[in-house]
Design a protein around this ligand. Structure first.
Ligand SMILES: Cc1ncc(C[n+]2csc(CCOP(=O)(O)OP(=O)(O)O)c2C)c(N)n1
Ligand SMILES: CC(=O)[C@@H](O)[C@H](O)COP(=O)(O)O
Ligand SMILES: [Mg+2]
Length: 636
């Protein structure tokens, strides 16, 4: 049988790579790209970033022994090639699926993975930690952080560079510069890198200078000092990477990231340099797949697609919650000049891309810098603006202190549009948005809402526009019905709504999009003779005390459904609230367990967590029938 991937099929471990000749490595790179496109087109995943790092990963694996040497992949979305080379190619059929191969490095998955990632800008800090431990243990191995130009815009990366340069630890930072974050990269550092890229001649000037100084043989001490000084001043004008040099890193580059030989040479040479060094590598995101090269942002993270057209296999007509948020803000901004929007490097994901086009001066992409984004928003709010910071729930975790210290203590009218709340699916434990209710509910002054659908999200954004203090609105990943004909009454502070009122047995409180399950349960229970009322509380904080108290008193049992961790979630707040008011009714919480939830299809994950309609129905039904069944058993 003809081999589909002639060279790739010879690679079962990085050792096999080392046996290949130079031209065979080039053919292997071609095979890998073909495999990536074929495989990710079926499973979905992060495509463009991986296509860009094929030669770089091959070179890293040629020079380092990753069972011993430790490579940390920043974000980790670009580690597919590393996984392919380290014996995981066969598992790509299961990429990002339930119980399948993770889309990020995982220590439990392979001894070639040395640090778990998923959130951006952690790699240099982790590398420094690993290197410091190595030195204390007197071990000998290399520690390497591979970080993208986007990830380098994150505060943690700067903090680590600051520490790393001074620590003089032997670490290598490989800066993979493709001029892209998910979208076009932004910021001063990005401009600086672009200057280096466009002036490669500088590299030669630096080499020549050093050669010249090295070659002056019997140079007197003072002459040498003066020459060194001159070199230093000239360096400011000519030497690329002076910023990194001044921070204490030896700068190597820029290197063509698709030239395997040049990469191997640079990495090999860097091993002979003591202390922290940074290898600046220039790559093309999406390399080798024309459509991805042309639109790298579209192919950053993809669902299954047709290779010929690049179009997703399943198309939906519905808008995503993110799009509803973005469109609502566009409408609001037309009449309210105080509205500004902010993203931390996620203009498309958060639905702000169109806003950015229509109001470029009132849109701010601050880079992967969630902490900065929050305080930046606070600054604008202090000057009378109405900032909306759209951010994934999981990434807002980064900015907990800024939400408290810079926004809420000053009661500033910043709105957090918390996208991707609840389980997100294939990205797994690093990306599920299941802690926001817990970590935000304890913050004074913050009003928190959860939207059940697109119409409600619209109304909530309109509420936030008028509200005087800080607001957080959470909504899930995915699409939503948006009924243009339906207009809901303006949302009132702290007021929930009764969705269906079919009896006084079960009171079901549903957070956000759990409402859909609540309504279905109401019907299902009714069919079995159990009368239920469903309340959409709308506000996680302040809770609608009157509505909830009144219904809790009149119902036999209370149930809370939420796609947040049980600990610190809405259900626990309801329990303690009812307790305070001496309503001693059974309150059962259907929420996420005290565990990190793995990756997989969202429906499957909710089922696993017993947070799907079937499981919840069975439990509620049993609550109401176990007494009866018990009695029947006794009578018999
Ligand atoms: C804290 C945090 N914010 C946002 C993201 C979402 N995110 C994932 S990859 C990425 C862009 C990374 O760009 P870069 O590091 O240059 O890698 P490239 O994809 O270009 O290879 C972003 C914004 C994240 N993973 N972590
Ligand atoms: C790696 C990363 O953090 C992002 O690329 C993330 O996977 C995007 O998720 P969405 O697909 O939900 O936008
Ligand atoms: Mg990049």
């Amino acid at each position: 049988m003809r081999k589909v991937y002639r060279y790739l099929e010879q690679i079962n471990s990085p050792e096999d790579l080392k046996k290949l000749k130079e031209n065979e490595v080039r053919l292997l790179a071609h095979d890998i790209r073909k495999f990536l496109v074929q495989s990710v087109s079926k499973t979905g995943g992060h495509l463009a970033s991986n296509l860009g790092v094929v030669e770089l990963t091959l070179a890293l694996h040629t020079i380092y022994d990753t069972l011993k040497d430790k490579i940390i992949w920043d974000v980790g979305h670009q580690a597919y090639v590393h996984k392919i080379l380290t014996g995981r190619r066969e598992q790509f059929k299961t990429l990002r699926q339930y119980k399948g191969l993770s889309g990020f490095p995982k220590r439990h998955e392979s001894s070639h993975d040395h640090f778990d990632t998923g959130h951006s800008s952690t790699s240099i800090s982790a590398a420094l930690g690993l290197a410091s431990a190595r030195d204390l243990k007197k071990e000998k191995h290399e520690v390497v952080a591979v970080i993208g130009d986007g990830a380098l815009t994150g505060g943690m990366a700067f903090e680590a560079l600051n520490h790393g340069g001074q620590s003089k630890k032997n670490i290598t930072v490989v800066l993979n510069d493709n001029e892209m974050s998910i979208s076009q990269n932004v910021g001063g550092l990005s401009n600086y890198l672009s200057k280096i890229r466009t002036a490669p001649i500088y590299a030669k000037v630096k080499d020549d200078l050093e050669l010249l100084l090295g070659n002056i043989p019997a140079i007197g001490k003072s002459v040498k000092k003066t020459a060194e000084k001159a070199k230093d001043s000239i360096k400011y004008f000519f030497v690329p990477g002076i910023l990194f040099e001044e921070l204490g890193f030896t700068y190597i580059g820029p290197i063509d990231g698709h030239d395997y030989n040049a990469l191997c040479t640079a990495i090999k040479n860097s091993k002979n340099i003591k202390g922290p060094k940074l290898i600046h590598v220039i790559t093309k995101k999406g390399k080798g797949y024309k459509l991805a090269e042309k639109s790298p942002a579209e192919f950053h993270g993809v669902s299954p697609f047709k290779i010929e057209t690049g179009k997703p296999i399943s198309l939906t007509k519905n808008l995503s919650f993110s799009e509803v948020a973005g469109n609502t803000l566009i409408e609001a901004a037309k009449t309210n000049p105080r509205i500004v929007t902010i993203t931390a490097a996620m203009p498309s994901g958060t639905g702000l891309a169109d806003f950015a086009e229509q109001f470029p001066e009132r849109f701010f992409d601050v880079g992967i810098a969630e902490q900065h984004a929050v305080t930046f928003a606070a600054g604008m709010a202090a000057e009378g603006y109405k900032p909306f910071f759209a951010v994934y729930s999981t990434f807002l975790q980064r900015a907990f202190d800024q939400v408290i210290h810079d926004v809420c203590i000053q009661n500033l009218p910043v709105t957090f549009l918390i996208d991707r709340a609840g389980l997100v699916g294939n990205d797994g434990e690093t990306h599920h948005g299941v802690f926001d209710i817990s970590f935000l509910s304890c913050i004074p002054n913050l009003t928190i809402l959860a939207a059940k659908d697109g119409n409600e999200l619209q109304a909530m954004i309109q509420f936030a526009e008028k509200h005087e203090g800080p607001v957080a609105i959470r909504y899930p990943r995915g699409t939503t019905a948006l009924d243009k004909e339906k207009s809901i009454l303006p949302i009132q502070l702290g007021k929930g709504e009764v969705i269906c009122d079919w009896g006084k047995d079960a009171l079901i409180l549903t957070v956000g999009n759990m409402n859909e399950i609540g309504v279905a349960l109401c019907q299902q229970l009714n069919n079995k003779g159990i009368g239920a009322t469903v309340i959409n509380p709308r506000f996680i904080k302040p809770i609608d005390q009157h509505l909830i108290l009144q219904h809790a008193k009149s119902h036999k049992r209370i149930y809370v459904l939420e796609d947040n961790a049980k600990i610190g979630g809405f259900g626990e707040q309801i329990r303690s609230f009812l307790n305070e008011y001496e309503v001693y009714k059974p309150v059962k919480l259907f929420a996420l367990p005290d565990a990190f939830i793995e990756q997989g299809n969202v429906a499957l994950l909710y089922k696993d967590c017993k947070l799907n309609q079937e499981e919840i129905f069975t439990e509620i039904y049993q609550d109401f029938t176990k007494g009866i069944i018990g009695k029947l058993a006794i009578t018999r």
